[in-house]
Design a protein around this ligand. Structure first.
Ligand code: GDP
Ligand code: MG
Length: 435
């Protein structure tokens, strides 16, 4: 095999000798100096390696050109400047992504990364800045009450159960003057709160979910003990499972003569809902919604399940939430019931809900009492909308009136474009989602 000295190879390839030596050593050769000889076969390898290194260098150089090193958490206008974007465009994008932000605070790191990626930039965080920012933004999570929905086959007793719970726990005096149907309420058991959302059926539950509005933590699956598991029971449980909502089974109408709770346990076990006493992890409670029996057991079980779920939310800062329903009130104008998801909703806050915006003029508990603020999981009626927001819309408080209006206007434009293409009108209640 022909041998060749390294300095000759370097000459031939037009490379500095030290680089040739470097590559050879990396390839495992034990070359001593530039006078050492190597097999000629190495030349091809050397060439390949040099090409590869050149490409890598080029890539690195390009990568460096497209990276932003962050020394401090960027605020909205900072990142706009860095990415050479209009901050208004970023605001609209964030609203599109349903991102909550506060222009006085740094943007969430993931949002910064996503914005940058859209512009072909990569973000490099310094030290543990990313984690620190996330911690600061969360501002301490606090426990929040569970949000519960009642699902089940028609006539199995959903409405009767929701009424029984409400009547047993909400003081009669608080009912004064409420005539309209309310879509949600909150009760207190053993000093703990539970929020009930009155979805009229699992179609509404699914429709809300399709809009990205999942407002349920626990689903009560109502099954009439005399009727047993029916097609809609199965549908409801499948929807709840798909939504990753935990299920408690309420076997209702146990006062009836044909009641057979064991048969229901058997039937539901086939669908993966195995009772605890049979070695599973699903809670079953026997109730009679009509005779108000077992209601307290059911409520205790809800609290137990909620504790296991460790439901938490950010309590500080601007509120976000979901519109449960809206209506035109003769005295108050457009009002909507919202369930707060995070933050604290306050009088005077500017907000956006889809294509509508406004300023919170007053807040009412769902029992009709004036309140000053609303914390996570609390249903609250808001007065101060510019128009009726559709049920299922995400609600977000925005620091600045101008930004709130901007986002709403932008969404309005988009909706107008859509409706010109012949899509549907706004839906203002859960019932309408069904029709
Ligand atoms: P939904 O369609 O699931 O909302 O069912 P409803 O709450 O409207 O109840 C359907 C019917 O079952 C009504 O006539 C109720 O009075 C009756 N019902 C509900 N719960 C019970 C119960 O625990 N025992 C008996 N005997 N009847 C009940
Ligand atoms: Mg009903």
């Amino acid at each position: 095999m022909a041998k060749i000295r390294i300095y000759k190879v370097a000459e031939q390839l037009g490379m500095p000798t030290h680089e040739v030596m470097d590559i050879l050593k990396a390839l495992g050769s034990d070359v001593k100096n530039h006078m050492s000889s190597i097999d000629e076969e190495y030349i091809e390898l050397l060439q390949e390696e040099r090409e590869y290194r050149k490409k890598e260098e080029e890539k690195n150089r390009k990568r460096k050109e497209r990276t932003i090193q962050l020394k401090e958490s960027p605020h909205l206008k900072d990142i706009a400047r860095l990415l050479d974007m209009h901050w208004e465009d970023i605001v609209i994008k964030l609203a599109d992504w349903n991102v909550i932000f506060d222009s006085k605070k740094p943007l969430p790191p993931l949002v910064v990364e996503r914005l940058a990626r859209e512009k072909n930039w990569e973000i490099i965080w310094e030290d543990s800045l990313r984690e620190k920012t996330i911690e600061a933004l969360q501002g301490g999570l606090g426990i929040r009450p569970p949000i519960v929905t009642v699902l089940g086959h028609v006539d199995h007793g959903k409405t009767t159960l929701l009424d029984a719970i409400r009547r047993s726990k909400v003081a009669q005096s608080e009912y004064g003057g409420i005539t309209q149907k309310i879509g949600a309420y909150q009760i207190e058991v053993s000093n703990k709160k539970i929020t009930f959302v009155d979805t009229p059926g699992h179609e509404a539950f699914t429709a809300m979910r399709a809009r990205g509005a999942q407002v349920t933590d626990i689903a009560i699956l109502v099954v009439a003990a005399d009727d047993g598991v029916m097609p809609q029971t199965i549908e409801a449980l499948q929807h709840a499972k798909a939504a990753d909502v935990s299920i408690i089974v309420a076997i209702n109408k146990i006062d009836k003569s044909g009641a057979n709770p064991d048969r229901i346990k058997q039937q539901l076990s086939d669908y993966g809902l195995v009772p605890e006493e049979w070695g599973g992890d699903t809670i079953f409670v026997n109730i009679s919604a009509l005779q108000k029996k077992g209601i307290n057991d059911l409520l205790e079980m809800i609290l137990l399940q909620a504790e296991l779920l460790e439901l938490k939310a950010r309590h500080q800062g601007y509120a976000t939430g979901t519109i449960i329903e809206s209506r035109l009130d003769r005295g108050k104008g457009p009002v909507a019931t919202v369930i707060v998801k995070e933050g604290t909703l306050k009088i005077g806050d500017f907000f956006v809900a889809g294509a509508t915006w406004g300023k919170v003029r007053s807040l009412f508990s769902v029992n009709g009492k004036k309140v000053k603020e609303a914390i996570p999981s609390m249903p609250v009626e808001i007065v101060g909308f510019s128009e009726l927001p559709p049920a299922g819309t995400q609600y977000m408080v925005i620091e600045d009136e101008k930004i709130a209006r901007l986002i709403a206007n932008q969404k309005q434009l988009k909706e107008r474009e859509k409706s010109l293409k012949g899509s549907s009108a706004q839906i203002t209640s859960l019932e309408e989602l069904l029709s």
